[in-house]
Design a protein around this ligand. Structure first.
Ligand code: GTP
Ligand code: MG
Length: 329
């Protein structure tokens, strides 16, 4: 159930007709108004952009009053206190957590990129389990949403990761909501509706594996490149606003081909990747090193650019030494 004060009719200037149009577009609360933003609201309701911006601003002001969003002008000391208290989710490997400054942050978009088999999907699966653990074990006693665009979500993998991390595997599966996106337009619709599931399930983690695959497949060649970038840019901003407004962690994956570059296919491939890069709060590159994987923090506003080693095992993501020591594989 959505709290009464978050409902659309709590804003005086949302009349019944406007409310109906918004509801039909999956915009059910004032949080959604802020997440979707003026240009989409203007399209949905059929009002000009200024009117839509006014509506979004009113929604924002209300959320600030409710202390669900920060005020426009805030002392740095207050931001510091809040950042120290920000929730983090363990990746499953203390090495990788250390690289991230204690785990994946809520209210941010964390991007894992790397070539095939570098462990992106395994990180996603592991985090769906670790988010459910108690705080002492690096979790938030919360649930996860998995947006699967490449049909690589495997419940049996969750089962074994949960079991080996001491959780009841059936209960762990119940706390993961999966949405399959069949194309980029579908991916955008689902993403727009994420907020409602987050609010209902009190979810702290949204996974998007992969964020870019559909865009790459659908917008091939130079002719459609700018449209691809625009759509991807809009998509990335939507998930960033979702992370901030709903206080969740968002993890996205992005497949990058390793150098030397491909001989065939789209030579402009990295460009789509750059759009993602500019919007992600944190970016971690992954590469294979035999059985191990090396993660590097790239372009972070507050982390040193350094590397850490982890591995993929029965427990999902793990530290290499622990895995070797327990010989579980
Ligand atoms: P793409 O989606 O193709 O770009 O790759 P990715 O980065 O998502 O790779 P993914 O996370 O799927 O990693 C695949 C690797 O994980 C495999 O090569 C295996 O080494 C490892 N892996 C997958 N399942 C298991 C498992 O059950 N046990 C162990 N030990 N390793 C596994
Ligand atoms: Mg994958």
């Amino acid at each position: 159930m959505v709290a009464e004060e978050l409902e659309l009719h709590s804003l005086d200037d949302v009349g019944p007709a406007t409310r109906q149009k918004l509801t039909e577009a999956g915009i059910l609360t004032i949080l959604d108004l802020v997440v979707r933003g003026p240009s989409e609201i203007s399209d949905v309701v059929g009002v000009d952009i200024n009117r839509a911006a006014e509506l979004c601003n009113k929604a924002r002001t209300k959320l600030v009053e409710m202390e669900r969003l920060d005020r426009d002008f805030v002392p740095a000391s207050e931001i510091y206190t809040k950042r120290m208290a920000i929730d983090r989710i363990s990746t499953g490997s203390t090495n990788l957590d250390e690289l991230l400054g204690g785990g994946v942050e809520t209210q941010a978009v964390t991007e894992f990129y790397g070539e095939f088999g570098s462990g992106k999907t395994q990180i996603c699966h592991t985090m769906c389990v670790t988010v459910q653990l108690g705080k002492e074990a690096g979790g938030l006693e919360s649930s996860a949403i998995y947006l699967d665009t490449e049909n690589t979500f495997r419940p049996e993998r969750i089962y074994s990761i949960a079991e080996s991390r001491g959780l009841d595997p059936h209960k762990a599966l119940q706390r993961i909501t999966v949405a399959k996106a069949y194309n980029s337009a579908h991916q955008e619709i689902i993403t727009g509706e994420l907020g409602n599931v987050v609010e209902k399930e009190k979810t702290k983690l949204i996974i998007i594996d992969s964020a870019v695959a559909h865009y790459r497949a659908e917008f091939l060649g130079r002719a459609t490149l700018s449209e691809r970038q625009q759509r991807l840019n809009k998509f990335m901003h939507l998930i960033l606003r979702t992370a901030e407004t709903y206080n969740t962690a968002v993890v996205v994956t992005n497949q990058i081909q390793s150098a030397p570059d491909v001989l065939f296919g789209d030579p402009s491939k990295p460009t789509g990747g750059n759009v993602v890069a500019h919007t992600s709060t944190y970016r971690i590159s992954l590469r294979k090193a035999g059985k191990n994987r090396i993660a590097r923090m790239v372009d972070s506003p507050c982390h040193a650019e350094r590397e850490m080693v982890f591995m993929l095992g029965q427990r999902g993501i793990d530290n290499p030494s622990e895995e070797t020591a327990t010989k579980r594989e």
